[in-house]
Design a protein around this ligand. Structure first.
Ligand SMILES: [Zn+2]
Length: 150
């Protein structure tokens, strides 16, 4: 799927404030590519998306695909949709996944294909895509065997 226009991105994410700094990230999601802004001068990953590298002050920021590997840094259960009257049938585990590219580079996404009670901090995970309202949405699943028990 190439040639995703700006209008396509705005139409696909009506609840997101799309701007110059994040539009390539969302365009990437429509192509099932996880793009994070990266500094071309020093290699630092800049996330949340900003136009200026906080490490070297370069404006040469390029959206770059990550490998989609990381580990669970933090995980919590989400019980409702944005609409407070719309409770989810089951709580959804939402994690801050620390990506292998850089210490402290953390991406928020649901954990899937894993029983909730088996989710562990520091568990290795990998990127996958799940259907969310007709759109492919990034999620993470265990990268290795799931440990059961406590
Ligand atoms: Zn830099």
């Amino acid at each position: 799927m190439t040639g995703v226009t700006d209008a396509d991105v705005f139409a696909a994410f009506p609840a997101v404030l799309i701007d110059r700094d994040n539009i390539e990230h969302y365009r990437g999601l429509l192509q099932q590519r996880l793009l994070i802004n990266r500094c071309s001068s020093c290699g630092y990953w800049v996330y949340p998306h900003r136009p200026l590298c906080p490490e070297c002050w370069s404006w040469d920021i390029v959206p770059t695909e990550v490998r989609g590997e990381g580990f669970v840094f933090l995980c919590t259960l989400i019980h409702q949709e944005r609409d407070p009257d719309a409770m989810l049938p089951e709580p959804v585990p939402a994690a801050a996944v620390e990506l292998v590219e850089q210490s402290g580079l953390r991406y928020l996404a649901p954990i899937v294909n894993c029983p909730r009670e088996a989710i562990r901090l520091d568990m290795p995970v990998r990127l996958t895509w799940v259907d969310r309202g007709g759109l492919a949405s990034p999620a993470f699943e265990p990268a290795g065997p799931i440990q059961s028990g406590r």
